[in-house]
Design a protein around this ligand. Structure first.
Ligand code: ADP
Length: 430
């Protein structure tokens, strides 16, 4: 304590030395210290970029800076305004604040409670926004005054509003896009299915048609098929985004699905000069959605055929491995550049080896494969070498001994695709 006292006295002397000659006493030292404090406070107030007001306990203004006068559109000097007590300040709030009663009422509450508060927002009718902090001033347990700090945060609030507006617009745009894709896909499917239906039924005279007409019909069929696949892919992605990807799990034998997919595509492969070898002799029981899994296998097998030139081969193997079922689709095709392999499952991504050869495609097939695998709590890996071939290896959980199936979780409209897939994976309990 003694040390502190001597320090104070020393400071007092120093201050006096720099000013007028004053009698050397403790009282004068304290007064000099207070004056110095007041000078520092004034300097701080006038150099601040935000508004500050200090009231004493009886409601008189002890300090108000010019920034606050400007923000409250008050004319005159700080001294003029201060001489009117809080009257002019309160009037300014009444004139400009959107909800003046609330602003002044809240100020009264804070004074009475004498509890610090931060970040209270005050909207002005002209669009400006001030942020207010409050701190009670106290000495020896007594409230001696109130400190109010006002910051003009109009720019920040406007920016936040603008961001929010843009965000909402983007969301709306995204919803519109999803709805549009879903609608168009749906509307396209009906006529396409009808075209394909008629082509499939065929007609008795077909074989008697001249070659050129038969070929034309085949071309119509092939293109309608391609369109339908594209439409189905778009519909799938739209459903995934809208959280409407329905997975209906049931116990099934993946070998049957793989075998059906391979046989369905064999003719096309052979017509192209690509041999297809399939080993699906072992039953592989898993829990899953038949239609989705067929789509997964179709996409992998059709890619393998599509990206393998004439003279090559596609080998499809399915086996049980510990708790899993492993599907391997291997080809001796064009392969994929190592640097691009980690992007294969992104939507609309197409590798250079495919685009430079102008092999048609949309880049949606593998994104769909990934979504279906995730929805079945599985995984996929790719090994590929350009000019040598590719292998896609899918691992799916084999059905447990008790035959239990996984639950497909529900998701919120606001969940991202990743969150939904994450939910599915967790829901599968693997
Ligand atoms: P698409 O086949 O419609 O182009 P996918 O999403 O099925 O789209 O595949 C994305 C890309 O991955 C393909 O464009 C191709 O570059 C590459 N790819 C997929 N499968 C193979 C494969 N078996 N061999 C070589 N490249 C492949």
């Amino acid at each position: 304590m003694a040390k502190t006292g001597s320090k104070l006295r020393a400071r007092g002397r120093l201050w006096r030395a720099g000013r007028a000659k004053q009698p050397d006493s403790h009282v004068d030292g304290a007064q000099a210290g207070a004056e110095l404090g007041a000078d520092v406070l004034d300097a701080l107030l006038s150099s601040m970029q935000s508004g500050l007001l200090i009231e004493d306990a009886s409601g008189r203004i002890r300090r108000i800076n010019t920034v606050l006068l400007r923000d409250l559109r008050l004319d005159g000097t700080p001294e003029d305004v201060a001489s009117a007590g809080m009257r002019d300040v309160d009037q300014a709030f009444r004139a400009y604040a959107v909800d003046a009663d609330e602003v002044l009422g809240r100020a009264e509450q804070l004074r009475e409670a004498a509890v610090a508060a931060r970040g209270e927002i005050i909207h002005f009718a002209d669009g400006r926004v001030l942020e207010r902090d409050y701190a009670p001033l106290e000495r020896d347990g007594q409230i001696t005054g109130h400190l109010w700090h006002y910051r003009d945060v109009t720019e920040r609030v406007d920016e936040a509003r603008e961001l929010e507006r843009q965000n909402e617009n983007l969301k709306q745009l995204d919803r519109t896009k999803d709805e549009f894709v879903a609608l168009v896909s749906h509307e396209l499917r009906t006529p396409l299915t009808s075209i394909l239906g008629y082509l499939e039924i065929g007609f008795p005279e077909r074989d008697e048609l001249p070659d050129i007409q038969r070929e034309a019909l085949d071309t119509v069929g092939r293109n309608a098929d391609r369109l339908l696949r594209l439409v189905n892919d778009l519909l799938f992605v739209a459903q995934l985004d809208a959280g409407r990807l329905s997975i209906q799990p049931g116990t099934l034998d993946l070998a049957a699905i793989v075998s059906e997919s391979v046989e369905g595509q064999r003719a096309r492969a052979e017509a192209k000069g690509v041999a297809v070898l399939a080993d699906t002799s072992m039953p592989c029981r898993i829990s899953g959605d038949t239609e989705r899994l067929a789509q997964l296998v179709d996409n992998l097998v059709s890619n393998a055929i599509k990206f393998t030139p004439s003279g090559g081969a596609v080998t499809v193997r399915l086996r049980n491995q510990l708790d899993d079922v492993v599907l391997e689709v291997r080809d001796t095709g064009i392969g994929i550049d190592a640097a691009e392999q980690n992007r294969l499952f992104e939507r609309f991504f197409r590798a250079t080896s495919a685009t430079t050869r102008k092999i048609p495609g949309t880049g949606l097939g593998l994104a769909i494969v990934r979504a279906i695998i995730d929805a079945h709590a599985g995984s996929v890996e790719v090994t590929s070498e350009e000019g040598v071939g590719s292998t896609f290896r899918v691992t799916l959980p084999a059905i447990s001994d008790d035959g239990s199936t996984f639950q497909v979780p529900e998701w919120e409209e606001s969940d991202s695709v990743e969150q939904r897939l994450d939910g599915i994976v967790k829901g599968a309990g693997r």
